[in-house]
Design a protein around this ligand. Structure first.
Ligand code: PDD
Length: 287
């Protein structure tokens, strides 16, 4: 357990950190959150995370009183207090605390909470690839907002886990496989990458955008388009991306072996390049 958490301007012992019962994230899922990976004590792509959060808050009308530098200072202090060299930092902004009513409260200050946590090692999974399942996407229509309404994701990931899957790939009627329960999805066919386009149906993943950038730098071609279940099952390689798992190879989906059932060359190349990018960013970050 980490030593410290942050609640509305104060660092408090982790076990004492809490939100009021009428916090709107608790009652309505009325809030946004971010998860950044900490490498060598540095939160990677912090600015990208803050920008996405601010945009999400604006889409759902949550006021935004913070400068990015204030959030950076808060997260840096939290990391230092917890001596969190490696792990994740989670932070959340809810619309605030107010007597329960669905309509926005006339007066409420957003609640900002944050903490760090250790993060498990994925070396074996990167080496061997993981199994995933395909689940129906029952989520709402503003999936581009990283809101704390995660019930659709939770149910899909639980369904996958109950069948031994490390991730649930979400299939939305009329669109095919859109993303993972907590990741973005890519396929590789004949050396060409494909990933669903940015829309209200998926989270604009920060890892996704870095992977697309890296692919372009390495001269790979990549299409942003929808992917059907059949295409995914017949792909040469499938992988999913997120802050936590970085670039995760898929060995099998819904019991079908993907490619030769081991991480393919494109996935391995992108994972290695992503790790290089992380190492470069963290070694040059101011401390
Ligand atoms: N999840 N899609 C969904 C639905 C996600 O929840 C996430 C991240 C991603 C990948 O985004 P990024 O590359 O920016 O991490 C895509 C975080 C890690 C989580 O909820 O724990």
């Amino acid at each position: 357990m980490p030593a410290w958490a942050y609640v509305n301007g104060k660092f408090v012992p982790f076990e004492e950190a809490s939100l009021p019962v009428e916090d709107r994230a608790t009652q309505f899922g009325d809030g946004v959150y971010e998860v950044a990976r900490i490498y060598e004590g540095v939160p990677f792509a912090f600015s990208d995370h803050v920008q996405r959060m601010q945009k999400g808050a604006s889409i759902i009308g949550i006021p935004w009183p913070w400068e990015e530098a204030e959030l950076q200072t808060m997260v840096d202090e939290l990391i230092a207090r917890n001596n969190q060299q490696d792990g994740i930092v989670y932070w959340q902004v809810s619309r605030g605390t107010a007597p329960r009513s669905h309509v926005f409260p006339p007066q409420a200050d957003p609640n900002l909470t944050a903490y760090t946590r250790d993060y498990p090692d994925h070396a074996a999974a990167w080496e061997q690839g993981v199994k995933v399942t395909i689940e129906r996407d029952v989520r709402w229509l503003l999936c581009h907002v990283k809101s704390v309404n995660l019930l659709g994701n939770v149910l899909a990931k639980e369904a996958a886990a109950s069948k031994g899957g490390a991730e649930a790939l979400l299939e939305r009627e009329g669109y095919g496989i859109v993303e993972g329960g907590s990741s973005n999805v890519f396929i590789v066919k004949d050396g060409v990458l494909a990933t669903p386009p940015l829309s209200e149906l998926i989270l604009p993943g920060i890892t996704r955008s870095y992977v697309l950038e890296i692919a372009a730098e390495q001269g790979m071609s990549a299409a942003e388009r929808y992917i059907s279940r059949e295409e995914l099952l017949q792909a040469d390689e499938v992988f999913f991306t997120s802050t936590g798992v970085e670039v995760m190879p898929v060995a099998a989906a819904d019991g079908h072996t993907i490619g030769s059932g081991v991480p393919g060359p494109v996935t391995k190349q992108l994972l290695a390049a992503y790790k290089e990018r992380v190492a470069a960013a963290c070694s040059t970050a101011p401390r």
